[in-house]
Design a protein around this ligand. Structure first.
Ligand code: HEM
Length: 170
């Protein structure tokens, strides 16, 4: 049973969409900056901008999207460990959050500080990392809308009481 009123659930879903797809959008902007840097755009503009973006938008949005995603699972009938699509999304997003906070954010901030002095390896990082993370976030989006693979531990729920969460199959 959902622990939220229909209005509360819509508000939470709205917040979930804004944070998670905002995260995806910011990732695409980082990728654009990375490609612009490799194509000869001014590194004293492109890399400090990427540093600011990662610090003030990308990293905070990753934490917000993870927290609101977990809340969206725990406070609705979907649950965190009931449906495979939710569990896979949770796994993908958790791995991504770790990589963003521990690896990507410090490296892009460093790139921003170096600007024109950044070596080719760091510059390529700003294309490779956002390409990988954008792909993972697109996979998360597709999983969310198609909701494949059914539920885990089907036998644990009696057929007569198996409630299908709102939105399933819609
Ligand atoms: C901790 C990670 C995440 C968890 C546990 C999670 C869980 C959920 C749950 C349970 C719902 C259904 C909410 C409801 O019906 O009220 C949902 C919806 C959705 N999620 Fe996530 N999510 C996570 C991260 C993401 C990410 C990273 C994206 C995309 C970048 C995303 C995109 C969506 C979309 C588009 C929907 C709407 C699907 C629909 O209404 O048909 N989620 N998510």
């Amino acid at each position: 049973m959902s622990r939220l009123s229909p209005t509360g659930r819509k508000a939470l879903l709205t917040l979930h969409l804004v944070t998670s797809l905002g995260w995806l959008g910011t990732d695409l902007v980082l990728l654009t900056l990375g490609v612009a840097g490799l194509r000869g755009a001014d590194p004293e503009v492109v890399y400090p901008t990427a540093g600011l973006l990662v610090t003030w938008l990308f990293a905070p949005l990753s934490v917000a999207a993870w927290l609101v995603g977990v809340a969206s699972a725990l406070l609705t009938p979907w649950g965190l460990l009931r449906w495979r699509w939710v569990l896979v999304k949770f796994g993908l997003t958790t791995v991504m959050l770790g990589l963003v906070l521990l690896l990507l954010t410090p490296r892009i901030r460093h790139l921003g500080e170096l600007g024109a002095a950044a070596d080719a390896h760091l510059r390529v990082d700003l294309v490779v990392a956002p390409s990988v993370s954008t792909t993972l976030l697109l996979i998360a989006t597709v999983l969310s809308t198609y909701k494949p693979w059914g539920r885990l531990r089907r036998a644990a729920v009696p057929a007569t009481r198996r409630a299908v969460p709102a939105g399933r199959g819609a």
